[in-house]
Write a protein that binds this ligand. Structure first.
Ligand code: PAF
Length: 284
């Protein structure tokens, strides 16, 4: 695996590969890698691409500075795991490399409705920060294919919109959420949970599965309320449990039985905020 720290160097290297007819598959991350990230690298390798991974904890996307300060970092293990997965290139930039002019006068992206609901509502500015960093990364790394995890369902939609609005030639691949035994969605933030909290955290997947097993056409308010109560009783501070249109994230209160729904949840265990989702018409 080749490690680059400078934007200019990785860009020159990848532009050469591109000219030589190679396909570039890219997995952006904030490190503290788990099997979910590795599965994205594997997906890009399976497609026969040069697989590029970035590790950059992006300060611009943290609306809560404590969350940024406590974000786990396991760089040596990450490098080892990427080597083992056969990742070809690792990009490891500094903050000044990513944002040479700072972020004060950063561009604003028009994300419309997507920025007003769910994660957008509870984490103001978060998706602007995600767009800023992904846009910059895609200008440095000329990716043909971008691999993202379904766990961050709304983020996948936001990045799709970014690529569309900025007319970038990158195809987005959304890969399934990987789960621990018991169903907890793999997440870097799980590293901050105690063994006891990890057991409690299973309630999120159980709650989403409860929605999946009980959804019926008609009014969904009681089902959503029961789901929120389930999490609150298990010790969570709930931001939301919602059922939304899987295609555009519009909240569904009355379900027609045809629109494809997704159940989404965000809740705190102590000061660790966890999110998860389940497509209600699919086998996940
Ligand atoms: O999902 C993440 O880890 C981050 O939001 C991303 C896409 C790497 C941008 O910083």
């Amino acid at each position: 695996m080749i490690l680059f720290k400078k934007a200019g160097d990785i860009n020159t290297w990848l532009m050469k590969s591109r000219k030589a007819g190679k396909n570039i598959g890219f997995v952006p991350t904030m490190g503290a890698l788990h099997q979910g990230h590795i599965s994205l690298v594997q997906a890009s390798k399976k497609a026969g691409s040069i697989s590029v991974c970035s590790i950059f904890v992006n300060p611009a996307q943290f609306n809560d500075s404590k969350d940024f300060d406590n974000y786990p970092s396991t760089l040596e293990k990450d490098i080892d795991a990427l080597e083992k997965a056969g990742c070809d290139i690792l990009f490891l930039p500094s903050v000044t490399e990513m944002y040479p002019g700072g972020t004060y006068n950063a561009k604003t992206y028009n994300l419309g409705y997507l920025e007003t609901v769910l994660e957008g509502k509870y984490r103001p500015g978060h998706f602007q920060g995600v767009c800023l960093v992904v846009h910059r990364l895609l200008n440095i790394i000329p990716a043909d294919d971008l691999y993202l995890g379904q766990k961050d369902y709304q983020q996948c939609m936001v990045i799709k919109k970014l690529v569309e609005v900025e007319k970038m030639n990158t195809t987005i691949h959304i890969c399934p959420t990987l789960r621990e035994s018991g169903g907890l969605a793999m997440s870097s933030r799980n590293m901050r949970l105690t063994a006891e909290e990890k057991k409690q955290a299973l309630k999120i997947y159980e709650t989403l599965s409860f929605i999946k097993n009980n959804i019926k056409p008609g009014n969904l308010n009681q089902l959503k309320q029961n789901a929120v109560n389930n999490l609150a009783v298990a010790g969570f501070k709930v931001d939301y449990v919602e059922i939304a249109d899987a295609g555009n994230l519009e909240i569904i209160n009355e379900w027609d039985g045809h629109t494809k729904p997704v159940a989404v949840a965000a809740a705190f265990l102590g000061d660790v905020r966890l999110i998860d989702n389940l497509l209600l018409d699919a086998g996940d």
